[in-house]
Design a protein. Structure first.
Length: 599
């Protein structure tokens, strides 16, 4: 009997070991019903299928964006690699205490990464307060002598890295040979702190969570050949397909003339500017996110493709390229002369696969780089007629609400096509190989529509003779790819960006009076909450270093400085600090010249 072989397997894998194994499994299944030996061969084919099914059922779950933001202790933690812009922590590599100081090294992921953009301590963004030596120069991590009691160093994960010399100087077991080649890392030192201040500075103790916002992997631009940070979907997928920590396909497979042309076209498609409802534009398809190296490569590349409406397709010259969805009038028509049979042809999907409400999540930078719920895509008329039939999707490598909604619109059309079906065709249908859209004209069913090819298979007869092809298709109108941001982008979730210090209010500038000394007497309104405490800072206007005081008692409404330099102009500010040590924004300044008050 004829055997159907996937076009991708036949054309891309060819005579490779994987290709032979897959083709052999299909052929064995075909022989099973016609020979005595077939019973054993069929059992083997079924075993292969069962093994594959088992790998699907028990494969590791894909990491959510928030999963990579937690530090953890695990002796054999899976390695992680990142693309685009992500917020990450990582596995403990080393931790030890000495003289009251706690030292911790975290592995953030496979390097090299491009850059570190933000530093976070638990839920506090301290990027602006980290000096050139890695010291955090802001309350509550500054001591009474104004020396920082927290230091953060990092490494980008270069192929040959530099050991943390400060750590090696403290612990002989950590030597200059402990470079961490190829691994991005963070080294934090929590210096000894008075007991009454420790919990304000480090409320989670040794489990203080350090997170970095990073520009992750450098990838090759298929247009220029330049290797640099890039979040274009085509550049990211091309990197994963060829990377030693990805699918490991040879570079030659994506570099044939036709494959290269396809990658360039996909790159340009992903880079197209899409208008936003709130004004401005963004690239059509970007990819941000992470993957563990113990995941199945098919799962990883699958979620990348899902987030850019992409397909990996073979090229006639033996290459592999990327096709990113774009409407085009079909150049291939499959008519009645080419169709030899059909199955499961019908209008619309059955009740088990249709949907009138698409719900999805995406990676939201405004939600602390975590997965957030997009505005659902709802066919209100259909919901009123049939009730809500939902479909839940994850676009967790799509870093914007607009990108997610555009993917949801495509999913809605695919969930409710006008026609679906599988057509067996003669060799005339070979013209559809590698095409996303074709036209099918079949008068007996009144069909004359544009279809999206979901699967393309070769039908191989006895002796390996190609007899025809099988096309699994569903109708797809041009409207699915049209986009009106004002009407279709929907409303992004309300931002819960914690960079605003969790909603800590900013106090008014303090009122200044001069007391005997000359001494500044500052007065201010009572704290609006029992959980907020005043911090005060002041300096000579011409200086850059501030003197800080606080936190004051919760009911404090004034603060008096020591003697200041008479005749010098000073400025004074206040801020609120939570009981856990998170500091809000400083007020505007009150200025005045230090002077003795008149008698």
């Amino acid at each position: 009997m004829p055997v159907a072989l996937s076009g991708l397997i036949a054309a891309t894998l060819g005579t490779s070991a994987i290709g032979v194994a897959l083709q052999g499994a299909v052929a064995l299944a075909g022989l099973a019903s016609t020979t005595f030996l077939g019973s054993a061969l069929g059992y083997l084919a079924l075993s292969i299928g069962a093994s594959y099914l088992s790998s699907i059922l028990f494969r590791p779950p894909q990491p959510k964006p928030e999963d990579v933001q937690q530090s953890y202790r695990q002796s054999t933690a899976p390695r992680v690699r990142h693309y685009g812009r992500v917020k990450v922590s990582g596995a403990w590599v080393y931790a030890n205490a000495k003289a009251g100081n706690f030292h911790k090294v975290l592995a953030l992921g496979q390097g090299p990464i491009d850059a570190v953009e933000e530093f976070w301590i638990d839920d506090t963004n301290v990027t602006a307060y980290r000096d050139a030596n890695g010291r955090i120069q802001t309350s509550p991590w500054t001591g009474s002598g104004h020396d920082s009691l927290l230091r953060i160093h990092y490494r980008l994960g270069l192929s040959t890295e530099t050991a943390y010399s400060d750590l090696a100087a403290e612990f002989p077991e950590w030597t200059s040979a402990h470079r961490g080649d190829g691994v991005a890392s963070l080294y934090a030192t929590q210096f000894a702190s008075a007991q009454d201040w420790y919990l304000e500075r480090f409320p989670n103790g040794i489990n203080t969570n350090y997170r970095l916002v990073i520009r992750a992997a450098k990838v090759k631009n298929p247009l220029t050949g330049t290797v640099a940070w890039n979040d274009n979907a085509a550049a990211v997928i091309r990197d994963y397909v060829t990377h030693a920590d990805g699918m490991r396909f040879p570079e030659s497979m994506v570099s044939t003339l036709q494959a290269q042309a396809g990658w360039v076209e996909a790159y340009n498609r992903a880079a197209e500017a899409i208008g936003l409802k709130g004004g401005g534009t963004e690239p059509r398809y970007r990819l941000w996110g992470s993957y563990r190296l113990d995941e199945r490569p098919a799962d990883v590349v699958g979620r990348m493709l899902q987030c850019c409406d992409g397909r990996l397709v073979p090229t006639p010259d033996g290459g592999l390229t990327l096709d990113i969805g774009e409407w085009e009038n079909p150049t291939v028509t499959i008519n009645e002369d080419a169709i030899t049979g059909f199955s499961e042809v019908g209008k619309g999907r059955d009740i088990m696969s249709t949907a009138n409400t698409i719900r999805a999540t995406f990676l939201d930078p405004d939600q602390d780089y975590q997965a957030a719920d997009a505005d659902p895509w709802v066919d209100a008329d259909d919901v009123s007629e049939r009730g809500e039939i939902g479909q839940d999707l994850q676009f967790n490598m799509a870093p914007s609400h607009s990108q997610c909604r555009r993917l949801m619109k495509l999913a809605a059309y695919r969930a409710n096509p006008n026609w679906v079906g599988t057509f067996q065709c003669n060799l005339r249908a070979l013209a559809a190989f590698g095409k996303r859209f074709i036209r099918i004209s079949y008068p007996p069913f009144g069909i004359n529509s544009v279809f999206e090819v979901q699967d393309f298979k070769f039908i191989i007869g006895q002796g390996g003779i190609l007899q025809g092809v099988t096309l699994q298709v569903q109708s797809m109108p041009q409207a699915a790819y049209q986009w009106d941001a004002a009407q279709e982008e929907g409303d992004a979730p309300v931002s819960e960006d914690v960079s605003d210090q969790d909603g800590i209010p900013t106090p008014a500038a303090p009122t200044l009076n001069w007391a005997t000394g000359p001494v500044a007497e500052l007065t201010f309104s009572p704290s609006p909450s029992v959980l907020l405490f005043y911090m005060v800072r002041f300096k000579k206007t011409a200086d850059s270093d501030w003197t800080e005081a606080g936190p004051l008692a919760n009911d404090a409404t004034s603060y008096t400085t020591g003697a200041l330099a008479e005749g010098e102009e000073y400025e004074f500010q206040t801020a609120y600090q939570t009981e856990k040590g998170r500091l809000g924004d400083w007020s505007t300044s009150t200025t005045g010249i230090a002077t003795e008050p008149s008698a």
